[in-house]
Design a protein around this ligand. Structure first.
Ligand code: AMP
Length: 182
């Protein structure tokens, strides 16, 4: 099911823009109003289910924290496993980590070393709500590949097209954005 212009509009309209959050100059894309809108959330998840049912995926890896919501739901629809990629210090077992640049300083995300070990050369879809600079997703794709699995695509509900995130990440993996906004 490809999304009609009307379906795209329903999803886009359900996402709330919050000006100057968490700091001045940022327009925060609030997806809580997509999640509590059963029509928009339903159209989105049906679309993702349809798109990825032919990808032969073994796992979905969701990025902390909003990637968990879409990723875990989609994994269940596809009948495959879900793996959380978390902010540093949250995962209890042996992890590997990858640092990435923030506007000021660095952050780090981690994944369990054995997270994809149930399937040899596992095919993994990475998912998050939004790609901005692409720093987080780049680090996440690197981590997936470091475990011996393969990140076959990175999927985002929203891509900010005025930044280079999508272009940069495309050098590492295929990228799909449901909506692009500027
Ligand atoms: P980046 O690493 O710059 O691509 O940032 C992506 C991460 O930051 C994602 O996990 C997003 O949820 C979050 N993020 C960045 N910018 C925004 C924004 N304008 N609105 C909502 N979330 C954002």
């Amino acid at each position: 099911m490809t999304l009609s212009a009307n379906d795209k509009q329903i999803i886009e309209n359900s996402i709330r823009n919050i000006k100057d959050f968490p700091k001045e100059g940022i327009i925060f894309k609030d997806i809580t109003t997509l999640l509590n809108n059963k029509e928009a959330y339903g159209i989105l998840m049906k679309h993702l289910h349809h798109r990825y049912s032919s990808y032969n995926l073994d796992y979905i890896a969701g990025i902390d924290a909003r990637g968990f919501i879409f990723g875990a739901a989609l994994a269940q629809m596809l009948g495959i496993g879900f793996v959380p990629i978390r902010k540093k210090g949250k995962l209890p077992y042996t992890t590997i980590g990858e640092k990435y640049a923030l506007e000021y300083g660095v952050d780090e995300i981690e994944v369990h070393l054995d997270a994809f070990s149930g399937v040899e050369n596992a095919r993994v879809l990475l998912i998050d709500d939004l790609i901005a600079t692409g720093g987080t997703a780049n680090a996440a794709a690197t981590l997936v590949n470091q475990t011996g699995a393969k990140c076959v695509e990175a999927c985002f509900i929203l891509g900010l097209s005025f930044l280079d995130g999508i272009k940069n990440l495309s050098e590492k993996t295929d990228v799909y954005t449901v909506l692009e906004v500027d």
